[in-house]
Design a protein around this ligand. Structure first.
Ligand SMILES: Cc1cc2nc3c(=O)[nH]c(=O)nc-3n(C[C@H](O)[C@H](O)[C@H](O)COP(=O)(O)OP(=O)(O)OC[C@H]3O[C@@H](n4cnc5c(N)ncnc54)[C@H](O)[C@@H]3O)c2cc1C
Ligand code: FES
Length: 610
């Protein structure tokens, strides 16, 4: 398994490396196709001038009379119409390679060196632009405009729009290169195209060799992965679109139903075709880890399952619905309801009830009244579009909380998001949600789902699936219940508490410990106070982490309030705990509760971060 993981991660990193360079090739290749070749050569303003004189006007000194070490070769050259012998003592195969040479006056035989003025004249003669030429400088390699050059060169900077520099041979004054911004851009493109990131001036370097090997490894790891996938049973070819029957146990209702679907479809899609919906917020992409089912047969484990499911879950047989085909399973168990439906919801009221939480009320457009267990949630289809970074309709008294958040808009893809119902089914024909605006942190965008639902206006509609029930009160009537929540995590707890008291007339003790930051952040405070006055078996304990001086209730976190309750003593085996809030808070609460010996099957958690 470790080798398999190593192979796939090597393959992924290599494909990133090779893929990036391929993109660079495509981009630079396109540039070479579209560029103006004359401009890019740097020679747009370069002219060729002739320096030859009339040979009969001079009396040449014989070469043998010149006092010098023995040359490898001698050439007669003309500079500004004067003749010179060019003695070359040693040189490489290419003109840019190191060379040792000298000039001698072809008439007097004396050694000759170019003066600044002569170099300036030669440079001027090669340039047809308007720019002013500055004093020549004899420069040593390396040169950024001519990386391969190993010999010194005269450098004449021209003050023109295109930042031209003229390079001349240090001995002969021959104009070697006009470099300007167009030339430099082409040079950069060449470097990118030939992966010459080390500036070697060619393509015979280690990076290209490494790239060639990377491409080879990419192919090898790709083929290995394919073989591994086949061996693990993931590449079973499906020849027909035959339907397959699977026995599905609905653990919520303890019922079994046979469901048929095309064998080649995923478990997620196969169930969906029979209107059985597993939770998903990635649309089957294998990235949310929510579409769990329990398989009776031992299925192979995919990378996505390794990432999202615990070792215990994998051992028990839990797998993800988007990772396996219907043809692989014969009987499975799912924790979802059988009659999940798609609905179009219409906004009937929308109102900020704390600085960051908006209460949004909907009705089902078809007029249907939804029946669900309190604690349920719905899955909203948020379409792609443009959302605001912060709300436009915030009450004035909450403005102060939003001062540090900037205005603006951001675009996003379509997503699915889940929100818990705040009310229970018989409470009203409306369904209510508390949407906590996920603010734009550290320059990132705001939350897609929360800003979309938080911006809906009365009369607007949205598609939603559900309700889904996997967090609800047990049917145990003789139990004590402690509900602990924070922020928008109150939503499913409120729903259950109201259902228990108003619909089921529950007689056991119920306590709600609810944490918020300030008095303004308390959700449904008056309503919960009233409920506790009306029902002697219900106590409401709000606690604030940042209260004002006027606050007379509990201060600090819900964990501290729970600890004081536990110290006072509770009947461990007849108390159930219902938790909903930030994941870190729930984990700490669970640890505190299990530490006093309460079995974990009496702790129910509604995770918003699934
Ligand atoms: C069963 C269930 C019930 C739920 N019930 C509720 C409920 O009743 N009320 C409620 O408010 N929520 C609820 N949630 C949570 C809800 O589904 C969303 O997860 C939540 O609203 C955030 O989604 P979003 O699209 O607004 O934010 P996302 O778009 O998912 O972004 C989340 C955060 O990441 C930040 N972010 C954006 N881009 C980047 C980046 N590149 N890098 C780092 N950070 C970035 C955003 O600013 C934002 O703060 C529930 C979840 C589940 C699973
Ligand atoms: S649907 Fe998201 S992991 Fe399967």
């Amino acid at each position: 398994m470790r080798l398999f993981k190593l192979n796939t991660s090597v393959h992924k990193w290599l494909s990133l490396f090779v893929g990036l360079q391929l993109l660079i090739w495509l981009g630079t290749g396109l540039y070479f196709n579209l560029m103006d070749h004359n401009k890019a050569s740097g020679n747009e303003l370069r002219v060729h001038s002739h320096h030859e004189g009339n040979i009969t006007d001079f009396r040449f000194i014989p070469i043998k009379d010149i006092t010098s070490e023995a040359p490898q070769e001698v050439k007669l050259i003309w500079i500004l119409h004067q003749p010179y012998y060019h003695f070359v003592f040693n040189k490489g195969q290419h003109s840019y390679q190191e060379r040792h040479s000298k000039l001698f006056d072809a008439v007097t035989g004396k050694p000759f060196n170019l003066s600044d003025e002569q170099v300036l004249t030669l440079a001027k003669n090669s340039y047809s632009g308007e720019g002013k030429l500055t004093t020549p400088v004899l420069s040593q390699p390396p040169f950024s405009d001519h990386v391969r050059q190993q010999n010194p060169m005269w450098q004449v900077v021209v003050e023109d729009e295109n930042n031209t520099t003229i390079y001349l041979d240090s001995i002969t004054g021959q104009v070697l290169r006009h470099a300007n911004d167009d030339f430099r851009l082409k040079d950069l493109m060449m470097k990118l195209h030939f992966m010459d990131y080390g500036n070697s001036g060619g393509f015979n370097h280690w990076l290209i060799i490494a790239f060639a090997f990377s491409t080879l490894f990419l192919s090898v790891t790709g083929v290995t992965w394919l073989i591994q996938q086949y061996q693990n049973g993931f590449l079973k070819p499906v020849w027909s679109s035959n339907k397959q029957k699977v026995a599905v146990t609905f653990s919520n209702e303890n019922t079994i139903t046979d469901i048929s679907a095309v064998g080649s479809s995923t478990v997620l899609a196969g169930l969906e075709s029979s209107h059985v919906y597993l939770t998903s917020s990635c649309g089957g992409g294998g990235t949310c880890g929510k579409c769990m089912f329990l398989s009776s047969t031992q299925l192979p484990i995919t990378l996505s399952e390794q990432e999202h499911l615990s070792d215990e879950q994998l051992k028990e047989g839990y797998r993800l619905g988007c990772q396996h085909r219907f043809s692989e399973i014969s009987s499975i168990e799912v924790n979802t309801d059988r009659n999940i439906e798609n609905h179009e919801l219409v906004v009937v009221a929308t109102n900020f009830i704390t600085p960051f939480i908006k209460e949004v009320k909907f009705k089902v457009k078809s007029g249907k009244r939804l029946v669900f267990k309190a604690g349920a949630y719905m899955q909203f289809e948020v379409p792609a579009g443009i959302n605001s970074l912060r709300p436009d309709d915030m009450p004035e008294n909450y403005e102060k909380y939003w001062e540090s958040y900037s205005h603006g808009r951001f675009s996003h893809d379509g997503v699915t998001r889940h929100y818990s119902l705040v009310n229970f089914d018989e409470e009203s024909d409306e369904i209510t949600f508390n949407i906590r605006w996920q603010t734009a942190k550290d320059g990132f965008r705001a939350g897609i789902g929360s800003s979309y639902l938080g911006s809906l206006q009365v009369g607007e509609t949205i598609a939603a699936k559900g309700p889904f029930s996997d967090f609800y009160a047990t049917s145990n009537n003789k139990v004590r219940r402690i509900f602990i929540g924070a922020g928008s995590g109150l939503a499913p707890l409120r729903s259950i508490i109201f259902e228990q008291l108003k619909k089921h007339h529950f007689q056991g003790d119920m306590t709600l410990i609810y944490g918020a930051r300030t008095e303004d952040d308390l959700l449904y405070h008056n309503e919960l106070n009233l409920l506790s006055e009306q029902h002697k078996n219900f106590s409401y304990i709000p606690t604030l982490s940042n209260p004002s001086e006027q606050w007379e209730g509990h201060s600090g976190y819900v964990q501290h309030v729970l600890l004081t309750h536990l110290v006072k003593g509770i009947e461990a085996f007849s108390t159930e705990f219902y938790l909903c809030g930030p994941e870190a808070m729930m984990n700490e609460l669970e640890r505190i509760i299990t530490d006093v010996g309460i079995p974990s099957n009496q702790i129910f958690k509604d995770k918003f971060s699934r």
